[in-house]
Design a protein around this ligand. Structure first.
Ligand code: PMP
Length: 361
């Protein structure tokens, strides 16, 4: 069996040791006589899995005690709709900083429940940069400010947590959570679909300060209330147990590898190598994002002649490098290099890109 280096943006590559462990445990989880996905979510086996996963994620991200950590079904998009329901009074304004496709999605989902003010928007510049903080037009009475920490399609990321004063800051960390240390206390809420850095699609992680949940929001069904999910340990209904379990294995792997500090170092080296290959290609490859905000997780790039795209993808696949096709909104290529992409995978990609350029340049 040979596994390719998989540069998919999500669902994305997972650590091989995690897949092996999940495979080995699938028929009989630790002598339970059944797999973990065949047992009650309220039974002692899954309760152990669930609480270890939460504890490990708290350790990884140094989550303060006054924050709840939720494991919810529904992707990041569902959270984008739940945010205004939980944080904004009916008709209240909320500020959105749009730095790519997913920031726009966040507004679309929030629109029925909140008066969304676009405080800054990078679209006129093709989302190749992040509008300067000094140019943001924040509203006086906003319920929250929403940002996308890393834009998965446009390959643009915040390098620092923006200062928005006392207004609750909410960030979509779907494609960069646990890729480096984060000061959770600067945010009212961090959310992420799991399928990039944390595990399989089907579970979202929500890290949310408990206090505002008790007082804000608007009429909503109990299943849409973060406060109730927090009170019930994410077991208001049947949680996505397999996804939660697999994410838990990924958390243990990340801790064993040295935690988010170590992944930050690896991710920086991987990104440096890939951007250097692109920038040093004499224009054969190009990335158009302002260097200061280039994503270390998702690297979109274009060939100088898009007539070569098909050959690039086919030959890359032959070389054991898959899922490099860019998102349809941008075209070109995209290499997603999350925590589980080994440095050897990026070296192989860079080697292939050099060799392809020599053959087709
Ligand atoms: N936000 C970001 C930054 C994403 O990358 C994605 C998915 N690619 C989403 C939101 C939407 O996630 P989901 O499909 O889990 O709803």
């Amino acid at each position: 069996m040979t596994r390719a280096y998989n540069f998919s943006a999500g669902p994305a590559t997972l650590p091989e040791t995690v897949l092996e462990q999940a495979g080995a445990e699938l028929l009989d989880w630790h002598g339970a006589g059944a797999s973990i996905v065949e047992l009650s979510h309220r039974g002692p086996e899954f309760m152990q899995v669930a609480s270890e996963a939460e504890a490990d994620l708290r350790t990884l991200l140094s989550v303060p005690d006054d924050y709840a950590v939720l494991f919810l079904s529904g992707g990041a998009t569902t959270q984008q709709a739940l945010i205004p329901l939980n944080f904004a009074a009916p008709g209240q304004a909320a500020d959105y900083v749009v730095t790519g496709h997913w920031g726009k999605t966040a507004i679309k989902q929030a629109h029925p429940y909140v008066s969304a003010n676009v405080a800054a928007d990078g679209e006129a510049g093709g989302f190749r940069d992040i509008p300067a903080r000094a140019d943001w037009r924040l509203s006086d009475d906003a319920a929250y400010v929403h940002v996308t920490a890393n834009e998965t399609i446009h390959g643009v990321e915040f390098r620092d947590t923006p200062d928005v004063g006392d207004v609750p800051l909410i960030a979509d960390f779907s494609s960069s959570i646990a890729s480096e240390p984060v000061d959770v206390s600067r945010y009212a809420m961090i959310y992420a679909g799991a399928q990039k850095n944390l595990g399989p699609v089907g579970v979202s992680v929500v890290i949310v300060r408990r206090e505002p949940l008790e007082r804000s929001g608007q009429p909503r069904a109990p299943i849409f209330e973060y406060a109730r999910h927090a009170q019930s340990g994410s077991m208001l209904n049947t949680p996505p147990t397999f996804n939660w379990y697999l994410a838990g294995l990924v958390f243990k792997w990340m801790l064993a590898e040295g935690g988010v500090e170590e992944f930050a170092r690896r991710n920086q080296r991987k990104a440096d190598a890939l951007y250097a290959a692109i920038d040093g290609s004499g224009g054969f490859y190009r990335n158009e994002v302002a260097p200061a905000v280039r994503s270390r997780m998702n690297v979109p790039f274009f060939l100088h002649d898009d007539g070569l795209d098909k050959a690039f993808l086919a030959e890359a696949k032959e070389a054991g490098l898959i899922s490099l096709k860019g998102h349809r909104a941008l075209g070109g290529m995209r290499a997603s290099i999350y925590n589980a992409m080994p440095e050897a995978g990026v070296r192989a990609l860079v080697g292939f890109m050099d060799e392809f350029r020599q053959r087709h340049g």
